[in-house]
Design a protein around this ligand. Structure first.
Ligand SMILES: N[C@@H](CCC(=O)N[C@@H](CS)C(=O)NCC(=O)O)C(=O)O
Length: 243
């Protein structure tokens, strides 16, 4: 089992959490996105989209964090992260899909402001734009270009902030009736969303969690799990060059 991943990539964190909760041994290939490791031709041969995470299992390449976690659940069900009840299963899938299209997109611009923009400015516009032109996906390329040129304005962050606030409210609502998002046991829904709650610390939005006690309690519980400690980076390490 091999994983191409990046320490601070939320999508990579989702998969690392799943691997660690399931106790699956894995070998990592770390990519530094700020140094554009994901545009290395050898990596692009593995994932032409130039995105992490990528799982290699039984010599097969699997991309997309949500799909990887579903695959791991089906292939390695001994420690299960899916409820047996079909209705709860459907709820897990709805959360996982929501994470992929909601929070996962919403954290991008605020994270770029904190992590990527300062690095691009240090690199110099010309060199940055040359590297950015190699990004395969048009929408992602545009985001990098914005960060390297005019920069991301406070106004542009407002829709992201609203979506992330909605995430916390929705979680708080779900947690009124159960210990975890989909019942009394931890599931893929909790693992898929956890990196985005953690990311709120880095992008200065953690007050949203602090004003929702059920989410705060959930976050403390998930953070205290051994898998979380193995899968997630040291708190406060996000800004470091070597990542
Ligand atoms: N839908 C994909 C998204 C993957 C993704 O966006 N990965 C980010 C890191 S979290 C990445 O590789 N970014 C590279 C870039 O922005 O060029 C998934 O869930 O795996």
């Amino acid at each position: 089992m091999e994983l191409y991943h990046s320490l601070h990539s939320t999508c990579s964190q989702k998969v690392r959490l799943c691997l660690e909760e399931k106790g699956i041994p894995w070998t990592g290939h770390h990519l530094n996105l700020r140094k554009f490791d994901h545009l290395d031709p050898n990596f692009l041969k593995i994932n032409p989209q130039g995105l992490v995470p990528v799982l290699i299992d039984q010599n097969q390449v699997i991309c997309e964090s949500r799909i990887i976690n579903e695959y791991l659940e089906e292939q390695y069900p001994q420690i299960s992260l899916m409820p047996k009840d079909p209705l709860l299963k459907a709820k897990v899938r709805i959360w996982s899909q929501y994470v992929e299209f909601g929070p996962s997109e919403a954290v991008k611009l605020p994270s770029f402001v904190k992590n990527i923009q300062p690095e691009l400015q240090k690199m110099g516009k010309e060199k940055a734009l040359e590297l950015i032109s190699k990004i395969p996906n048009e929408q992602i390329r545009a985001r990098w270009k914005l960060a390297a040129t005019t920069g991301i304005s406070k106004e542009e962050l407002i829709p992201s902030h609203k979506k992330l606030e909605a995430m916390v409210i929705q979680m708080n609502h779900a947690l009124i009736n159960s210990k975890w998002l989909c019942g009394d046991n931890i599931t893929l829904a909790d693992l898929d969303i956890a990196p985005f709650v953690q990311r709120l610390v880095r992008i200065d939005l953690f007050h949203l969690v602090q004003s929702h006690p059920l989410v705060l309690d959930w976050f403390e519980r998930i953070k205290s799990r051994p898998a979380y400690k193995l899968a997630m980076p040291e708190p406060g390490s996000e800004g470091l060059q070597s990542n």
